[in-house]
Design a protein around this ligand. Structure first.
Ligand SMILES: [Zn+2]
Length: 168
């Protein structure tokens, strides 16, 4: 069936389906081996940092996923140190941004305490501000991954990033 798709001369290829997390890299590698090198490969439905590294390593180029915005609406904040939930007690009186070195609109204008208040008040602005941060986190991550590839430092950047990201 794949050879039939390859004969159609698409501008790129979308890859999706119910991929098991443990097999993601292997499956992406199998698919990438069959696809032409000069066509973009778009992988649907992944966004966790470790999954992005695995898929990129196997030749995937672009991604989309509802997870960053969906989890944002539930209070999950992605950071370089892992994720936390802003709707918990440690954020209630915190005057720091969601993530210290983030350049997003949310982090440059609002504190964790304000986001905590918005969450508890069920203000609609909460969902927007949280989504802005999580989307920016993921865009910054893939920007950094791209830069690491350009300078031949993908493996060391992955080890450094995931080593920090997995900290409790
Ligand atoms: Zn931010």
């Amino acid at each position: 069936m794949l050879w039939q798709l390859l004969r159609k001369r698409f501008d790129g290829f979308g890859i999706g389906g119910a991929l098991e997390k443990e097999s993601l890299g292997t499956i992406c590698g199998w698919v990438a081996e069959e696809l032409p090198d000069d066509k973009p490969r778009h992988l649907l439905g992944i966004s966790e940092p470790e999954d992005l590294f695995s898929a990129i390593e196997q030749g995937m180029d672009t991604f989309d996923c509802v997870n960053p915005s969906r989890t944002a609406r539930n209070g999950r904040v992605y950071t370089a140190d892992g994720w936390y939930n802003v709707d918990t007690l440690p954020s209630k009186r915190s005057l720091t941004p969601l993530e210290d070195d983030c350049d997003c609109l949310t982090c440059t204008h609002h504190t964790r305490a304000y986001l905590h208040h918005l969450a508890r008040s069920k203000e609609l602005l909460f969902y927007t501000l949280m989504t802005i941060h999580n989307e920016r986190f993921h865009v910054r991550l893939v920007d950094h991954i791209r830069q690491s590839i350009e300078i031949g430092q993908f493996d060391s950047f992955r080890a450094e990033f995931l080593g920090r990201y997995r900290k409790p």
